[in-house]
Design a protein around this ligand. Structure first.
Ligand code: NAP
Length: 217
């Protein structure tokens, strides 16, 4: 089965659609349902207890975990001078703690099933910027956690992929009442194809990191 966090919308939903079309059993974990998922675990992964509950539900399923794709994420625009403690907590708990703790809770199964893991980061987690420090910091942190996981699993058959896309035309920004105009950015359906193509490669090939830049067309 393919476990996707954040498959209720945007990129995660497009990835779920592709795997569902390919005949795979898709499990979504997010607060709302995904129409392409066979099983929806509707929980908020911001809370440690709900991460534990989600992990337990996955562990109770008999099927092996083929792939875990962490697409969960939230946006923040608070700049230096206006950063609040609550915003740091919200971003770090959703963007960093949720994917990392979920993987940790599933770790023995991941090793047993030789599961692949793809964490959706962002190009902003690969370069220094003078804007969006809390969001950017959370993505640098997730990238660091992902690279550490890669090293931890380097002698196993599990592949660990740090996937860093540029801007996509999803509702990511609108959800935070942002003025960012994303409608002409990359189509998340195209980005989902890229994710599946990387994962479809033979198990002997790990594309350890992908930086997918947005081009003007
Ligand atoms: N859009 C961009 O320009 C862009 C660029 C680079 C990277 N990214 C990254 O790409 C990933 C997908 O973003 P997207 O653009 O597809 O945005 P999106 O449509 O808003 O998707 C985000 C997903 O995260 C889930 N989520 C948020 N908070 C959650 C929580 N507390 N518990 C469980 N699930 C939660 C949402 O589900 P529920 O609301 O149903 O819980 C939703 O399914 C994110 O990691 C984002 O940082 C986005």
């Amino acid at each position: 089965m393919i476990v996707i966090t954040g498959a209720s919308s945007g990129l995660g939903k497009e990835v779920a659609k592709l795997y569902s079309k390919a005949g795979k059993k898709v499990v979504n974990i997010s607060r709302s349902e995904c129409e392409y998922a066979d099983i929806n675990i509707c929980l908020s992964l911001r809370e440690g207890e709900q991460i534990e509950e989600a992990a337990q539900k996955i562990l109770e399923m008999d099927e092996p975990i083929e792939i875990i794709i962490n697409s969960i994420g939230v946006w923040s625009e608070e700049p230096y001078g206006d950063i609040t403690e609550n915003e740091i907590k919200r971003l770090m708990s959703t963007n960093v703690k949720a994917p990392s703790l979920l993987i940790s809770k599933l770790f023995e199964r991941i090793k047993e099933n030789e599961s692949d893991i793809l964490n959706v980061i962002s190009t902003t987690g690969t370069k220094a910027r003078d804007v969006y420090p809390v969001y950017s910091g959370s993505k640098w942190a997730l990238r660091g956690m992902t690279k550490s996981l890669q090293e931890t699993l380097k002698d196993t058959k599990s592949r660990v992929i740090s996937f860093c896309p540029g801007g996509m035309a999803t509702e990511f920004f609108e959800k935070e009442n942002s003025d960012v105009e994303a409608s002409k950015w990359m189509d998340p359906a195209d980005v989902a194809v890229c994710i599946k193509q990387i994962l479809d490669l033979p198990k002997s090939l790990e594309v350890s990191e992908i930086i997918l830049n947005r081009k003007k067309v």
